[in-house]
Design a binder for this molecule. Structure first.
Ligand SMILES: Cc1cc2nc3c(=O)[nH]c(=O)nc-3n(C[C@H](O)[C@H](O)[C@H](O)COP(=O)(O)O)c2cc1C
Length: 254
């Protein structure tokens, strides 16, 4: 067998590493736009699933997702003033461009919270029929990101989806399970005193009619379940979308 010198081996390894890193960089830069477009499409699909315009497990083409999403109106809420953010185009809004809220203790366990939040309105005959709100908060292994859809009464849940999380498949990762998501529609958010009452319990909840504020726990995943309850406490409360949903509940003029 032919013997190579040590110098040759080192130079060969170096050149190989260099070529591979150039190829990887070219691929990463070249595919960046497509990656961003796919992330955007995934979020749009998640919004459509939360408000049940797409059923769990239903196959829809990217063009169909874009077409359906075209009927949805985005809005950007300023969480500091509880009004629509001024000078921000909801169509092109990117969360990374938002200023941050002053640091605060929050039930969701978030270290940073954007001042502006993009929500989505589904309209019927010109009136708001459902709103889809972004939610996020700590689970066991990291932050979960998703959407909660709420009916025009500002109190009834239409659906929930998560599009990004680090929870364990089969345990906390069951937040993606269509069966678990099917427990959410028709549950209520606020009790008679206007407090956020919806929570994920340990074990099974009764029907929405007899047990409106409880959702079945994720078995073997109490920490993720608690994380979901906590993020809803925050996002549906005073510091989150509470004031917006209150306006929706009281006069529907949002
Ligand atoms: C490998 C591994 C992965 C786990 N992943 C999760 C998870 O994603 N979410 C969660 O809440 N608990 C997870 N747990 C379990 C937690 O450590 C903890 O025991 C559990 O939340 C307690 O839930 P229980 O009271 O329903 O048993 C995991 C445990 C192990 C060993």
């Amino acid at each position: 067998m032919k013997q190579f010198s040590t110098t040759y081996t080192y130079i060969f390894s170096l050149v190989l590493c260099l070529v591979c890193s150039i190829l990887l960089s070219v691929a990463a830069v070249g595919l960046k736009d497509r990656q961003v477009a796919n992330e955007q499409l995934d979020k749009q699909k998640s919004v459509l699933m939360a408000c049940r315009m797409i059923k769990a497990g239903e196959r829809v083409t990217p063009d169909k997702v874009r077409e359906m999403f075209g009927s949805i109106t985005p809005k950007v809420i300023d969480l500091l003033t509880d009004t629509y953010a001024e000078g921000v185009d909801p169509e092109t809004f990117k969360e990374k461009d938002s200023p941050l809220l002053p640091p605060m203790d929050n039930a969701a366990g978030l270290s940073e919270i954007s001042q502006y939040a993009q929500i989505f309105q589904v309209k019927k005959e010109g009136k708001v029929d459902r709103v889809v709100l972004p939610i996020s908060g700590k689970g066991l292994w990291g932050t979960l990101y998703g959407y909660l859809a709420v009916a025009s009464d500002g109190n009834t849940i239409c659906g929930i989806t998560y599009y990004s999380h680090k929870e364990t498949p089969g345990l906390g990762g069951e937040v993606d399970n269509p069966m678990w998501k099917s427990y959410w529609p028709d549950r209520k958010i606020y009790d008679a005193d206007g407090n956020v009452a919806i929570r994920v319990i340990k074990g099974a909840a009764e029907s929405p009619e007899s047990d409106p504020y409880s959702v079945n726990g994720l078995s073997g995943a109490t920490i993720t379940s608690r994380g979901v309850s906590n993020m809803l406490q925050f996002w549906l409360g005073e510091e989150g979308f509470g004031p917006y949903l209150k306006k929706l509940r009281e006069d529907g003029s949002v």
